[in-house]
Design a protein around this ligand. Structure first.
Ligand code: NAD
Ligand code: DAU
Length: 337
């Protein structure tokens, strides 16, 4: 492969993936198309900004003209990370999720078809399967999303599937579990709780704090996506799950412990409406492509906490805007009690 378009490459996983590609493949050209929503941040890629094999274009995946112009330059693949991604925001205001995660995906698929691009990877999520009490989801598990976010992602996935079945478009879907690591926007639980604890602010745990997430270090996800990009089979879905399943309260306590803060900072708050209890993925299919996740969650979490301690300027720029969203969310959820 010579040239890849990454969409949503200024966000958390996308920026880690762009960096992974540019630093792993010395011949590869990477174009990053990103709308720069509240979650997009060019500071995430400051270290490779001057690299001649990397180029940033500001734009919406829903803008066919921009996507067609880039496709006209000749692309070997498109990897689509662009999405609205936060469940809480989707509950308060779903419209942007439907526009980007469904309609934006549709535009990309049309362009892949028109320009005969040989590989399209749709970055999706385990949340499309809904919640599972026991066992793990395989790629054959039914789709049963419970939030406007996961429904929009499921809508995108179904369009992707239909383009393979109807037009033979060379598409693949990856569905990963919860990612964590550097450059994650501090609205998601791990960076949110780290930054709250650093400021001696409360860590608001939804419900009883015992919901379970299947944690995956972000570079592990990048390696898995790359394996799928190079060795995956058209029309297939690949689950990408981390090695551990952890209750939210355990994550919160581990963060407080590492930062030397008291558990008095824990606060149980009104639950998220439609809150999925547990996610768990069976990743044996992607492992057959030669991938495996890191097994040391404690070290990876501690490294992530250290990264936030050492990159205060990065998140302090963002956090002010986040505060008004938090208080709006808390009062909205309370009205449902
Ligand atoms: P993020 O919110 O950090 O970043 C999303 C990026 O997409 C931002 O840079 C934003 O500016 C860009 N974007 C949004 N709308 C756009 C549009 N219309 N056109 C172009 N760019 C647009 O998200 P993330 O956590 O990095 O997630 C990336 C992808 O991975 C998403 O598709 C998400 O559904 C999926 N995913 C995330 C996780 C996770 O734990 N974070 C897990 C599984 C799957
Ligand atoms: O599973 C993959 C998904 O993981 C991705 O598709 C999403 O884009 C990503 O946002 C993430 O969704 P979650 O809803 O699992 O992530 P979030 O960090 O918002 O919440 C993780 C858990 O922590 C969940 O059980 C809700 C809980 N939580 C979250 C926040 C923000 C709290 O208890 N308090 C909080 O303040």
């Amino acid at each position: 492969m010579k040239k890849i378009l990454v969409t949503g490459g200024a966000g958390f996983i996308g920026s880690n993936f762009v960096r992974y590609l540019v630093t792993t493949y010395p011949e590869l050209e990477v174009v990053n198309l990103d709308k720069l929503t509240y979650a997009g941040n060019l500071d995430n890629l400051k270290d490779i900004n001057e690299n001649p094999r990397y180029r940033f274009i500001k734009g919406d995946i829903g803008n066919k003209n921009i996507v067609e112009k880039l496709a006209g330059e000749g692309l070997d693949a498109i990897v689509n990370f662009a999405a609205e991604t936060h469940v809480d925001r989707s509950i308060l205001d779903p419209e942007a999720f439907i526009k980007t995660d469904i309609m934006g995906t549709h535009i990309l698929l049309e362009v892949v078809r028109k320009f005969n691009i040989k590989r399209y990877i749709q970055i999706s999520t385990d949340e499309v399967y809904g919640s599972i009490a026991k066992g793990s989801f395989t790629e054959k598990s039914p789709i049963a999303p419970n939030s406007p976010y996961s429904s929009s992602k499921a809508g995108g996935d179904l369009l992707v599937r239909s383009y393979f079945k109807t037009y033979g478009t060379p598409v693949i879907i990856t569905r990963s579990s919860n990612n964590f690591g550097p450059y994650q926007y501090p609205e998601k639980i791990i960076p949110f709780f780290i930054t709250q604890a650093i400021y001696d602010q409360k860590l608001p745990l939804y419900g009883d704090g015992k919901n379970v997430r299947n944690w995956l270090q972000v570079v592990d996800n990048c390696r898995a996506i790359d394996a799928v990009l190079r060795r995956g089979k058209d029309g297939e879905v690949y689950n990408i799950g981390g090695a551990v399943e952890v209750e939210n309260i355990k994550i919160a306590k581990a963060i407080l412990r590492k930062l030397g803060k008291s558990t008095d900072l824990l606060k149980f708050v009104t639950d998220r409406p439609g809150h999925d209890r547990r996610y768990s993925l069976d990743s044996s299919k992607v492992k057959k492509l030669g991938w495996k996740p890191s097994l040391d969650f404690e070290k990876d979490l501690n490294d992530t906490i250290d990264w936030y301690i050492n990159h205060r300027k990065w998140w302090e720029k963002i956090i002010k805007k986040q505060k008004s969203f938090q208080s709006f969310k808390e009062s909205w959820y309370k009205t449902r009690q």
